[in-house]
Design a protein. Sequence first.
Length: 460
Amino acid sequence: MRRDSIVLALAFVAVAAAFVASTVVAQRAAREVSVLAAPTARDAAPGLASMSNVRSEVRRLQELVARVALLGARSTELAEIDETRRNLDAHLADFRSLPASEDELRLLTELQTDIRSFDEAVERVIAHPPPALNAAAVLSREVRPLADEAAAAAGKLVQLDAQAAEAAALRIEKVHRRTDRMALQMDTLCVVLAAVTAALVVRAVAKARRLQEEHREIVERRAEELEQFAGRVAHDVLSPLATVGLALSVSHKMGSPTQRAAAQRGSASLQRVRGIVDALLEFARSGARPEPGASTDVRPTVSSLLEEFRPQAESAAAELRLEPVGDCAVACSPGVLAVILSNLVGNALKYLGESSERAVVVRVRPRRSMVSFEVEDSGPGIPAELGDRIFEPYIRGRHATATRPGIGLGLATVKRLVTAHAGTLGTRRSALGGALFWFELPRAVTAEPPSDPAESVMRS
């Protein structure tokens, strides 16, 4: 079991590690994409826009200058030329403000030289417009070549930035493909590890169920063996015990003081042996099926039983209290009800321990089809290590084993009797601080006159 637990824990750790690794890979890829995309968004894209605008303004300025050269300088064209030159300077300033590589700086220097030459040619045309006959020659010899050189330099920068953006896009695509592949691998690993973990859990659960079933079969087999043993005890041990008890009684009455002391010690030991034998017999008998049509009037049976426990309660300095009981009957024999309550009340008085408040309270509550019984005490409560196992045969707490006589069959007897009569039982923490045992038995339709519980116990 320990090795299975370790393997299962390692499988869970592996699943968690694979999930964390997948998350780390995705986050790392996202950061890498962000690093690759930042230059494109911060440098290449604005640079492309600025150079495109520079080239557009150069061509517009070329067109305006050609119009002035052919048609003459008018105020409208001159104003548009001034505005275009200002726009051209602004776009160049925007590009210069961006981070630039060595290639970009080299091309930018070339562009600025070409634009300066073009701007000087524009200035000469505006200041001294050529005659209409020479305008075409001036435009073709000076303005157009310089404009083409400036536009070509701007185009080189546009191409350089476009290549940088394309390279970044290719790297981003490569990162995406690598990330998708790694994510698929990690997801596959997670699925495989989860499947292995699920298989281990299923195997562990099946093994636990198998162990529980084996334990149940062992308990049932031990109970059956104990029933057979109890039957032999009834014939082979009780009669000799009665003879020994009679002999010890005679010795106690007629012997010397030493013999009487020895007889008293022998009687005490004999009582302990008889108590063990009685517990074995009650446990064996508790597996019997209920008598058809059995019915017991609850109030007189419970009251009579608690009166028998008064001396034990006084010896334990405890208050034994029965809350008011209404008229009701249960579908079992008086002996069965007496055995169930005797075990619960006896245990409650026996295990009060050193509690300052010492009380045992019995309650009976008729319901629609059942009658509920509660036995509550102010003792230390049920040991935490026992839990629901307290109703299993031979189960006793460590402290009880060391300080209280018994073989751990009382509560097992209670459970077998209650379940054999189609009832339920359980335990919980008491409001008095100790334990509260409860059980329910089917309610009888009619109740026969109650018989002596002691005689019913002997018959059951």
